[in-house]
Structures are given as C-alpha cells and as structure tokens.
Write a protein that binds this ligand. Structure first.
Ligand SMILES: NC(=O)c1ccc[n+]([C@@H]2O[C@H](COP(=O)([O-])OP(=O)(O)OC[C@H]3O[C@@H](n4cnc5c(N)ncnc54)[C@H](O)[C@@H]3O)[C@@H](O)[C@H]2O)c1
Ligand SMILES: O=C(O)C[C@H](O)C(=O)O
Length: 356
C-alpha cells in the first residue's frame, strides 16, 4: 500500500515537471531525471545550446543528446523550449535534459556549463549577405556572452551565429570588458565550410568524403572562406578549372542552400551536423585526448589580423595550439589577400559595436 503511494507521488512529481507552465514560472528545471527512480546521467560534460528551438538548434540538440560525452544538456531559447525539451527528453540516451525559456532563465541555463554552443539569432533570406544580420545578431550575441561571463566564465564557447567574422570579435570584447577573456576558449564555428569542402572535393576526386581533409582558413563569409586545395589530404592535384569551381562552390555553399530552399530556409541540417561534430571534438579535447585538430575562427597571430580561421589543436584549455597557414600556391596567396581585406572590416565592425 505504502509502496503504491510512493510510486504515485513519484509519477505526480514527474508529470508536474513536464507541464509546460513550469517554463513560465521562472522555474528552470523542467525535464530532469532527478525525480525518477533511476537517476541516470552518465559521467561526462555539461553542455548548453543557446537558440535550441531554432532550425539549427533543434537538430543540434538531438545530435548532442546522442553524444556519450554529454551528461547534462541545457536547452535555452526565447521561444518554444518546452516542446523541444520534451521531445528530445524522450530519446533513450544518457544525458539529463533541462529546458530554459526566456531571458530570466538564462543564468540558470548557463551555470556550471563546460561547453556553450550558440546558434541563436536570425538567419538570412535570399538576396541578403551574412553581414545584413549584424544589426540583430550583434545584440543577441552580446547579451548571451554577458551571461556566459557571469555564470560560466571558464566554459568553451562555440559561436555559430552570423556574421561569425564579426560576432566572435563581439564576444571577445564582451569577455574583455567582464575581465573573463581567455582567447583559447572562444571558437567561431567554421566547421560547415570544412564539411562542405570535404564533400565537394570528394565528389571531384571520386572518393569517400570521410577520407578527405581540406583545410579551410580565413573566416565564414564569401571570399573570406579560403579552402587550401594545395593542402588537401590525401595529396591531390586539381586543374585550374577544378580549383576555380571548388573554391567558388565552397565559398557560396550557404547561398546554394538558401537559394535551393527558396525562402523556406537555409542550411540547418548540415550546420547542425557540422556543429555537433565540432562540439564533439571540443569535448574530446576537454577530456585531454591528444591530436584533436579542427579548423576554427579564433584570436590568432597567424596573420596581422586579430582573428583568423586556421587549424587548431583542441585540448583541456580550448584551442591550445594554432597552426600556421603552411605553404600556399599563387591562387591561394591572391585569395588570402582578398580574404584579409574583407575580414579586417568585419572584425573592426564587431569591436566597435561593443566599444562605442
Ligand atoms: N557558422 C555557420 O557556419 C552557420 C551556418 C548556418 C547558420 N548560421 C547562423 O546561425 C544562426 C541561427 O540559424 P538558424 O537557421 O538556426 O535560425 P532560426 O531562426 O531557425 O533559429 C534561431 C533561434 O534563435 C533564437 N533566438 C533569437 N534570439 C535569441 C536570444 N536572444 N536568445 C536565445 N535564442 C534566441 C530564436 O528564437 C530561434 O529559435 C543564424 O545567425 C545563421 O545565419 C551559421
Ligand atoms: O549562408 C548562411 O547564411 C548560413 C550559413 O552561414 C551557411 O554557410 O550556410
């Protein structure tokens, strides 16, 4: 009889926690195994997704919940987190999932996190450039980074929100202002450019994309996306036409998806895949594994610019080593100059947004 009553109480507690009204009351923990008989929660890292209810955020949350290195997954957005959290929480994988809705719950979403992934913000529509998103996304990134500086200053940050070439300098300035800036921990996510480059190069070479590794340096917009085809692994040579075709396609991969979706969207699925892959590498680095290498847009001295994407080695402290560009051919040297000219303005714009 008593056991029965106990079980009923447990069930009532779980049901109460699952009720969407919990999100409106400032209570943060919504779907949590703490109320269940088996506590679950494998050892691992605590990861937050900010913008979790969006096109990228939902698929990314799904993929992160499948990652055995993630023990706690916090899903934060200004809309729709109750539904996304409920949905993702039904997956029979290890991580505890908690949802957070709206600015008053941002601090609870961030407290104690090891890794914060940010796909929050507006995406572009056909005809727009990534820079057209600056006005709205700059403010969103500032607010979220202020929260990170306050609640989890030691977390690794993966910044996806566009224009990445400017939002990363914005984040850096916010952290500098707060006195928490550690350049190794702030990573602009350019992984989608690498994923695209591997795919398109593999198509041309007629090989499996999983066997291809293309370094993509510079930034994440148009000519700032610079694939180094002379450094492709396995070593391959390309005709001038192939080089031109591949470089253009990699630089315009985002536009290709925006146009194909014809106003109904932008790259969300491939981005979620790329972000999950990149986050996984960050977690392997945090674990202390050796030889974890990815391209990322970081605080850098590889060129005269303060931020630049190159290969980095990920470790417990974040981007622990930043690799030089390596030998470039003439085509890449010209591309590099173009990339740097555009990047300089985007970086300046981001810095001024916080300093003004
Ligand atoms: N780095 C890259 O390679 C890359 C690739 C694809 C898209 N993006 C960028 O990622 C961003 C998101 O794209 P999407 O397709 O998921 O857009 P989306 O509109 O589908 O989702 C964005 C989400 O952000 C949320 N959001 C808005 N303001 C917020 C705030 N203040 N706090 C928390 N969440 C907030 C929205 O509610 C929405 O759920 C865009 O800026 C897009 O350009 C970057
Ligand atoms: O192109 C966009 O606006 C989204 C993203 O940056 C991409 O590369 O797909």
């Amino acid at each position: 009889m008593e056991a029965h009553a106990g079980a009923n109480q447990r069930i009532a507690r779980i049901s109460a926690h699952l009720h969407p009204s919990n999100f409106q009351e400032g209570g943060d923990v919504v779907i949590d195994r703490a109320n269940c008989r088996a506590k679950g929660g494998a050892p691992g890292f605590k990861v937050a997704v900010l913008g979790a209810a969006g096109g990228i955020g939902q698929s990314l949350s799904l993929l992160l919940r499948m990652n055995p290195l993630v023990s706690v997954l916090h899903l934060y957005d200004v809309v729709n987190t109750p539904g996304v959290t409920a949905d993702v929480s039904h997956m029979d994988t290890g991580a505890v999932v908690r949802g957070f809705l709206g600015q008053p719950q941002l601090e609870n979403a961030l407290t104690g996190m090891d890794l914060v992934v940010i796909p929050a913000g507006v995406p572009r529509k056909p005809g727009m450039t990534r820079d057209d998103l600056f006005k709205i996304n700059a403010g969103i990134v500032r607010t979220l980074c202020e929260g990170i500086a306050k609640c989890c200053p030691n977390a690794i940050v993966n910044l996806i929100s566009n224009p990445v070439n400017s939002t990363v300098p914005i984040a850096a300035e916010v952290f500098k202002k707060a006195g928490t800036y550690d350049p190794k921990r702030l990573l602009g996510v350019t992984a989608l450019d690498v994923v695209r480059a591997n795919t398109f190069v593999a198509e041309v070479l007629g090989v499996d994309p999983r066997d291809v590794d293309v370094p993509v340096v510079g930034g994440h917009a148009g000519v700032t996306i610079l694939p180094l085809l002379s450094q492709v692994k396995p070593p391959s040579s390309f005709t001038a036409e192939e080089t031109e075709y591949l470089t253009n396609r990699i630089q315009n991969g985002g536009t290709e998806v925006v146009e194909a979706k014809a106003g109904a969207g932008f790259a969300t699925l491939s981005m979620a895949y790329a972000a999950a892959k990149f986050a996984n590498s960050c977690l392997h680095g945090l674990k202390g594994e050796a030889g974890v290498i990815e391209c990322a847009y970081v605080d850098s001295q590889v060129t005269e610019l303060p931020f630049f994407a190159t290969k980095v080695r990920l470790g417990r402290a974040g981007a622990e080593e930043i690799f030089p560009l390596g030998p470039l051919n003439e085509y890449e040297r010209i591309g590099l100059e173009k990339a740097k000219r555009e990047l300089a303005g985007s970086i300046q714009k981001g810095v001024e947004f916080i300093k003004k």
